[in-house]
Ligand binder design. Structure first.
Ligand SMILES: [Zn+2]
Length: 232
């Protein structure tokens, strides 16, 4: 929706005569037409509403006509082509509104972050190398990380793409007496064998006191005998 009739490339018959805002107040629609967003993007059936103070983009109209998705982040938003993943537009949040002020084409990797150039370089390498862990990158290119810790960086794509199961839901259950409930976990084999020959461990954790027993194992089949001795 726009308030400026000069925005239209061509005019069409509006599909409605008025629009209503959230509290039910209606505003008259005096025209419609096609608006050019960029040299390659345009939106048809855009309404002319002279009483508007901002030009508003309808997300449903945008996603349907441009075959794109809209990614809303805390401080910016992106319009991304569903098939090619190309970024069609970018917006920044100012106040409570997202202002889409850039409709130039670009690939996802070219999205600029509001960081200094060193951080931008780290992000660029992270993407170009196919999202390795930041600790590995620090090992690989230590100079790049001078002044930064690898824990300073978290990548949403990595978290979503590399997680292979949903997180456990929070448990608020807690036993009031010791040895009512014991949690146990077996870990191994370690890629490195200890000088004593152990490659596994099993833990027993008392739910009430959080007291933890840890047994080192040479083989996984020792778990049951360790449990028996723990149980005694
Ligand atoms: Zn990543």
């Amino acid at each position: 929706m726009t308030f400026d009739p000069d925005d239209f490339l061509n005019t069409t018959q509006p599909r409605r005569t008025c629009i209503a805002n959230a509290n039910g107040v209606t505003y008259p629609v005096t025209g419609a037409g096609t608006v050019e967003l960029s040299s390659s993007l345009s939106l048809s059936n855009t309404l002319l509403v002279p009483s508007l103070s901002n030009k508003l983009l309808s997300v449903s109209q945008l996603t349907e006509q441009l075959n794109c998705c809209v990614l809303i982040y805390p401080s910016f938003c992106l319009l991304q082509d569903i098939h090619t993943k190309e970024i069609l537009g970018r917006g920044t949040k100012r106040g409570e509104l997202y202002y889409v002020d850039d409709f130039s084409l670009g690939v996802a990797n070219n999205v600029t972050h509001p960081f200094n150039s060193k951080q931008q370089q780290i992000w660029l390498w992270h993407r170009q190398l196919g999202h390795p862990s930041f600790s590995y990158m620090k090992h690989l290119i230590p100079d790049l990380f001078s002044g930064f810790k690898d824990s300073d960086f978290t990548c949403d794509t990595c978290i979503l793409a590399k997680s292979h199961r949903v997180p456990y839901s929070l448990s608020t259950n807690k036993c009031t007496t010791p040895f009512t409930l014991i949690h146990s976990d077996v870990w191994g084999p370690s890629p490195i064998t200890a000088p004593s020959g152990v490659r596994w461990f099993v833990t027993f954790i008392d739910d009430c006191t959080r007291m933890t027993w840890l047994y080192l194992l040479k083989n996984k089949n020792e778990v049951f005998s360790r449990f028996q001795s723990f149980h005694k």
